[in-house]
Design a protein around this ligand. Structure first.
Ligand code: 13P
Length: 248
């Protein structure tokens, strides 16, 4: 499995940042053994796709319906129409801020698949849940409920993002990442068989140039979903480099 490194710009990015996006695309092209994409605000997708020539641009969410009276929302078909090739769904910031349920996320994943997009479904526990010893139960529950029955590695990836590691500079112990990814893999293969074995499991939460080599060397860590460190080519490149090295 090639390592998959995906940037998530969250609510960041203006027209002036299109040059940085182009710089990220050209830096990523140096690492042919790494697969990469950048998930942008919907407002930038169309222009970014034009600016990067072949680099994969994605969205960060989509509506579960194809069209209709949903003011302010963006459908998966609209993302695809703008040139996006994938979308994230179920990010913890949306689960928390927009009260998205596992059922919503499953419906969004299916809508995205129907529009021809690849999908990254996010799961992850809060600090309170981890301190209560419930991390595994929470994450495996989200996984069971958020993934549709049609899941397979050719269109779906999972991102394990411990909520308390996002944007904090803190990462879990490597043993805890290993345990979680092993359990996620076990559920995927039990439920989906060989199709589940091919679903990539990304780690997300304060991944950066210093810790990427360690995180990407953990078994069943098939890539990274990167927030802050994906905002500039200079911060993102060391993660591509670590991913390329881990594939040697
Ligand atoms: P940070 O890399 O900024 O911690 O964000 C991770 C994340 O939420 C990616 O989706």
């Amino acid at each position: 499995m090639r390592k998959y490194i995906v940037g998530n710009w969250k609510m960041n990015g203006m027209s002036a940042d299109l040059t940085e996006i182009a710089a990220i695309a050209s830096v990523s092209a140096k690492y042919a053994s790494v697969e990469s994409a950048l998930c942008l605000p919907a407002t930038l997708i169309g222009r970014a796709v034009s600016a990067v020539e072949g680099y994969i641009i994605g969205g960060q969410d989509c509506h579960m319906n194809a069209s209709g009276a949903h003011t302010g929302c963006v459908s998966a078909a609209m993302l695809a129409d703008a040139g996006a090739r994938l979308t994230i769904v179920g990010h913890s910031e949306r689960r928390a801020d927009e009260h998205e349920s596992d059922a919503d996320i499953r419906a969004k994943a299916l809508a995205a698949k129907a529009a021809g997009l690849e999908v990254i479904i996010c799961v992850g526990e809060t600090l309170e849940q981890r301190d209560d010893g419930k991390a595994l139960e929470i994450v495996l529950g989200q996984l069971a409920q958020s993934l549709p029955d049609a899941a397979s590695g050719d269109w779906l990836s999972v991102a394990y993002e411990p909520v308390w590691a996002i944007g904090t500079g803190r990462i879990p112990e490597d043993k805890d990442v290993a345990d979680m990814h092993r359990e996620i893999r076990a559920q995927l293969t039990t439920r989906f068989g060989p199709a589940g074995a091919a679903i990539r499991i990304l780690y997300g939460g304060s991944m950066n140039g210093e810790n990427a080599a360690m995180l990407l060397s953990i078994p069943d860590v098939d890539g990274g979903l990167v927030g802050g460190a994906s905002l500039t080519a200079s911060k993102f490149e060391p993660i591509f480099a670590a991913a390329a090295k881990s594939a040697e």
